[in-house]
Design a protein around this ligand. Structure first.
Ligand code: TRP
Ligand code: ZN
Length: 875
């Protein structure tokens, strides 16, 4: 680690309680683009001896006063990150006036002006860019906020209830907001601008009326209705499943175009990236609609898991994020297809989280050491965090889990607490020992379970020999055994479900499946009276975030694919089957030839009366990123890609006649567009059919894709056809891209789909096309959504990012360098694929490492980048 980032590292173990309580804070803003004045009046109560050390960055201090008396400069010390006042009474009123410049704030942290609106983003440590403060989540204060602004900003919004408003003598106007719920500064928000407002209401289960307000850019209100309905569904769901009710009279959501992340749960005033709000049939895909519902739910659910009960310190981030992701996943699963949502979550863990766990930035879901907090909004903290909550749910059951949640809320409402407090509540409510389970919070890395089956015909016993281990990660050499809940069931060769008996080790039944909890390093799981050799479905529903090594034959996997009760298990069997084909071909350097049994199984799966959304998922092999996870070092990228393509070719050829009928039938019916789940499912399969047909026979079916594109009355079909044209480099591609970019030149979120499609293409000229698009008038490095669509998509494109000549690396490194000073948070997100340079061949290693070294020497290297680069070069 460089001395710079080392010096700034913070450790979880060093937590100290704050020296002061801030009881109330009165903020007054005079909003001006280049010079906004912030007056901050706090009531302070001393809790421990010592100076008052307030956080503050990029602030111009005008004055400090205690109990109305201005201090002179000798009475305090100002540094680039602190304001320290040595002498502060037990109780006092501290008033601080500062100036900030929102118009030059391109980092989008603190108060910024973008696209003619003022907007704030304070999580994690952005409030210190607004005023001097105890910017830490365990300081909870009651906020009153007054906003003064010119009339060109008709809406002046902040947290809580609007309590007063008026006009200033200079023609400006003002509004005062009061939030009665004490909150940490990271939940503060202010928005000022001109919007269209959608209004609706929600009646809570106790009969209170809540007014719902959604603010979008002028002219976009019709694209906000789905988000509004999603909000109402989320509010109802949280009452029904968790008995949690909303607690203010107003719930506001503002959609903004400039935003580093997805959305932010500010109390009573969520700020959303417009891509998680705006949607209609023409501009948004089915996936966009699903994501909107999930993110709207996520931010709403934070009102209890995050806001009412918040984090003591930022090391505890998963306390709110893991739990809230679990809650939003359950929301989506209760409202839509549980299996499809589960499959997507599993893909995220296997494709992205496992890679993070194997990288130099590996960290436990509750990190121990942090330099830049923004670097820890990760798939580990969020998605693995949610898997850990899900394991608790599996171990305790829904009723036990809900009892634990009740106790957690009862005990800690209004407090800033730790992951430990959450576990303790689960433990106490259920009288269940979670001592060993706590390791999921402290140990990084992906555990691996190896399972081997030994069936004895004579004894009629089936023995599963289980072994677990967790690889070393930076700073954690030796690992201890984890608590690993393993769901399993067994089938006969004929696909009949088998009842299992196992001396109490397993709970459950034939119909609902069994649960075995592995806690030791090795264990024998013995089943008795097993009349024929069973086919096991192991780790069903991905019951723990682990790698599971359990060899099965194609014959066994096709049985599971055809006959398993669980849709997730059927999908899992197909993925394992495909993975085995690919890995065998790569390891033996041979060609793939699908056996007849597999072909028959795929054809039957497509012919059967099964949810088309599941069919579409089952018929696609894992992505390259997931396949790469089967190699620790020297990832054989080209070989994996070649084998994967061969496999896809053969799947497409085997299914072509069925897909042709399917498309014929779809064209004849021309179903009307709806966003009902059966319509979404049909589109998923029909789109896949077009892609597979064109891949199989481009000359015959390429024109079908063009027709699919031209006839599309919705973005789901249009976008899918566009992707097929680009990925397969079909004739007519340029023409369709031209039409698409022309049609959507005024709709950035739609144009992003074209950027992402070009950037994700496996074609060999992708680097050049992405480079050309950097100069497209619709592109801008200042807007994170554009950067994510074009550059982040490209950096996730394993094949072309890692192009052997290094052009992909150079392209992304150049963008990172340009964003280093303007938006470090976004720059740091783009650097992730470079960090794992040790996992590639020596040529690539050298090139990637060289880029990291060059970046590490940038003048004014952002802390975000410094931490990641140092970790990567040191590990
Ligand atoms: N708390 C937000 C969420 O998950 C995350 C978030 C939004 C965020 N904007 C951010 C985190 C900016 C860091 C920086 O819902
Ligand atoms: Zn969140």
């Amino acid at each position: 680690m460089s001395s710079q980032s080392q010096a700034q590292a913070k450790f979880r173990e060093d937590y100290q309680a704050p020296r002061f309580r801030i009881e109330t804070v009165d903020l007054s803003f005079r909003l001006e683009a280049t010079a906004t004045r912030v007056t901050n009046r706090m009531q302070l109560q001393r809790l421990a001896a010592g100076p008052l050390e307030l956080d503050g960055e990029q602030l111009q201090l005008e004055s400090v006063a205690i109990d109305g008396r201005e201090l002179d400069a000798s009475q305090y010390e100002v540094s680039p990150s602190k304001l320290v006042i040595a002498d502060v009474p037990e109780h006092c009123e501290l008033t601080i006036v500062t100036q900030i410049n929102p118009s030059t704030n391109t980092a989008l942290e603190g108060l910024y002006l973008a696209a003619d609106s003022f907007c704030t983003q304070c999580e994690a440590e952005g409030f210190r860019r607004i005023t001097y403060y105890l910017d830490r989540p365990d300081v909870l204060a009651i906020f009153t906020t007054t906003i003064h602004a010119p009339q060109q900003y008709p809406y002046l919004l902040s947290n809580g209830d609007k309590v007063d408003a008026g006009s200033d003598s200079d023609g400006w106007h003002w509004v005062t907001w009061h939030d009665p719920h004490p909150k940490p500064a990271y939940l503060f928000a202010l928005v000022a601008g001109d919007f269209d407002r959608l209004e609706d209401t929600f009646i809570t289960r106790s009969g209170r009326q809540v007014s719902l307000e959604l603010y979008v850019d002028r002219g976009n209100s019709s694209r906000g209705t789905y988000a509004m309905e999603s909000l109402q569904r989320a509010m109802r769901w949280d009452e029904e499943r968790f008995e949690l009710e909303y607690d203010l009279d107003t719930y506001m959501i503002v959609a903004v175009d400039f935003f580093n992340m997805g959305a932010m749960e500010n109390k009573g005033l969520n700020v959303f990236n417009s891509r998680y709000v705006l949607a209609d049939q023409a501009t948004a895909t089915d996936t966009d609609f699903v994501n909107i519902e999930a993110v709207i739910g996520h931010e709403y659910f934070h009102n209890w898991t995050g806001n009412r009960i918040t984090c003591r310190d930022w090391f505890q981030l998963s306390l709110k994020e893991g739990l809230t992701v679990f809650r939003d996943q359950e929301f989506s699963s209760d409202l839509g297809s549980r299996a499809i949502h589960r499959i997507q979550a599993i893909r995220t863990i296997r494709g992205r989280q496992f890679a993070e766990d194997a990288s130099p930035m590996a960290h436990p879901i509750r990190p121990d050491k942090v330099v830049e907090m923004n670097n820890f909004y990760t798939v580990t903290v969020y998605d693995k965090g949610a898997e850990v909550i899900r394991m608790l749910h599996t171990l305790l059951g829904e009723a036990g889990f809900q009892q634990g949640m009740k106790l957690y809320v009862e005990r800690h409402d209004g407090q800033a607490v730790t992951c430990e407090d959450f576990i303790a509540a689960m433990e106490d409510a259920n009288d269940y020992d979670l001592q060993q389970f706590r390791r999921w919070y402290s140990q990084a890395g992906t555990p691996e379970v190896v399972a081997r089956l030994n069936y004895s015909k004579t004894n009629k016993t089936a023995t599963l020999k289980l072994t677990q281990s967790t690889p070393a990660t930076p700073g954690q050499k030796h690992k201890q055994p984890m608590v690993i809940p393993i769901r399993l069931s067994a089938y006969s060769k004929a696909g009949r479900k088998l009842a299992l008996q196992s001396n109490d080790a397993c709970t459950g039944s034939e119909s609902e499946g069994y649960l075995y909890t592995l806690t030791s390093e090795t264990a024998d799981l013995v089943f008795t009276d097993v009349l024929e050799e069973p086919i096991f479905a192991m780790l069903e529903d991905f019951s723990a975030p682990v790698r599971f090594d359990y060899p099965q034959t194609s014959a066994e996997l096709t049985v599971l694919m055809a006959a398993a009760d669980s849709e997730v298990t059927r999908w899992e069997a197909s993925q394992k089957l495909f993975t085995q084909y690919i890995l065998t071909a790569v390891r033996k350097n041979t060609d793939i030839a699908l056996d007849l049994q597999t072909v028959a199984a795929l054809q039957e799966f497509l012919a059967a009366d099964i949810d088309p959304a599941l069919q579409a998922l089952v018929l696609q092999p894992p992505e390259l990123e997931e396949l790469a996870e089967h190699f620790d070092v020297a990832i054989p990228l080209e070989a994996l890609d070649r084998a994967r393509r061969q496999l896809i070719q053969q799947i497409a050829a085997s299914l072509a006649p069925q897909f042709e009928r399917l498309v014929d039938n779809y064209r004849a019916r021309q179903p009307r567009y709806t966003i009902a789940s059966d319509a979404i499912a049909e589109r998923a399969l029909v789109n896949l059919a077009h892609y597979y047909l064109a891949l199989h026979e481009p000359r015959q079916f390429g024109p079908w894709v063009i027709e699919h594109f031209e006839r599309a009355d919705n973005m789901t079909v249009q976008n899918s056809a566009l992707n097929s044209l680009i990925q397969l480099n079909l004739e007519g591609r340029e023409d369709c891209c031209q039409k698409f970019s022309q049609q959507w030149r005024e709709t950035p979120l739609a144009l992003d789909k074209w950027f992402a499609a070009e950037a994700s293409s496996p074609q060999p000229d992708t680097v050049e096309r992405v480079t050309a698009l950097l100069a497209h008038p619709g592109f801008s490095l200042q807007n994170p959504n554009r950067v994510y669509a074009l550059i982040a998509s490209f950096s996730r494109n394993m094949l072309q990012f890692h192009r052997a000549d290094g052009a992909g690396y150079a392209l992304v490194a150049d963008v990172i360098q340009r964003l280093n000073t303007s938006n470090p948070q976004v720059a740091a997100r783009l650097i992730t694929p470079f960090l794992s340079w040790r996992r590639f061949d020596s040529d690539r290693q050298q090139q990637m490492k060289q880029h990291l070294e060059i970046l590490s020497k940038l003048p004014q290297l952002a802390r975000d980048l410094d931490e990641k680069i140092s970790n990567s070069l040191a590990a």
